[in-house]
Design a protein around this ligand. Structure first.
Ligand SMILES: CC[C@H](C(=O)O)C(=O)SCCNC(=O)CCNC(=O)[C@H](O)C(C)(C)COP(=O)(O)OP(=O)(O)OC[C@H]1O[C@@H](n2cnc3c(N)ncnc32)[C@H](O)[C@@H]1OP(=O)(O)O
Ligand SMILES: [Co+2]
Length: 134
């Protein structure tokens, strides 16, 4: 079951510059910076009450973030939903006809197991499922 929006992912060219900008905007410092090598990204997380913002900078031209920025510029990249059982949710969504971008859950940032759905099947919005690894 999807329980809540876990984070909003925003593609940025420079974490240094965008950290400064979002700290001014949100009036709070990022609580974590974390590289996710499998995605060729470095992330920075902000929390405002229950809302989390994930800033993502590409660490390689092959990164999905680099391709996204090349094509669409900086901006909202994905919406992540918290799920209580990612395997059950992946099965349910597969059966509903959504295209899952990874066969099995993969390690995400902020101690999560994650799976992505192709935006072509979700009105052009990249959706990420996140289950806390405890
Ligand atoms: C996991 C760590 C961290 C976390 O929270 O824990 C993250 O969130 S990492 C985030 C970065 N990783 C990913 O995004 C993985 C999933 N994404 C992918 O597998 C690809 O980006 C994919 C399949 C969505 C697109 O890859 P492709 O090689 O096909 O790139 P194209 O540029 O050819 O795109 C095809 C088509 O999709 C549109 N597109 C691409 N990205 C997005 C997006 N973020 N939102 C909406 N639409 C997107 C792109 O514009 C193309 O559309 P078209 O109409 O054909 O131009
Ligand atoms: Co994310």
């Amino acid at each position: 079951m999807l329980t809540n929006v876990e984070h909003i992912g925003i593609a940025v060219r420079s974490l240094t510059q965008s950290n400064e900008l979002f700290q001014k905007l949100l009036n709070v410092a990022p609580y974590k910076a974390e590289a996710v090598e499998s995605e060729n990204v470095t992330t920075s997380f902000f929390r405002v009450n229950q809302t989390k913002i994930e800033l993502l900078e590409a660490t390689d031209p092959s990164s999905p973030i680099a391709k996204f920025i090349e094509k669409k510029g900086e901006g909202i990249h994905h919406i992540a939903f918290e799920v209580d059982d990612i395997l059950a949710e992946m099965e349910r969504l597969r059966n509903e006809g959504f295209t899952l971008l990874n066969e099995n859950p993969k390690l995400g940032a902020d101690n999560k197991l994650v799976c992505f759905l192709h935006p072509k099947g979700t009105n052009g919005v990249l959706i990420e499922l996140c289950q806390d690894r405890g």
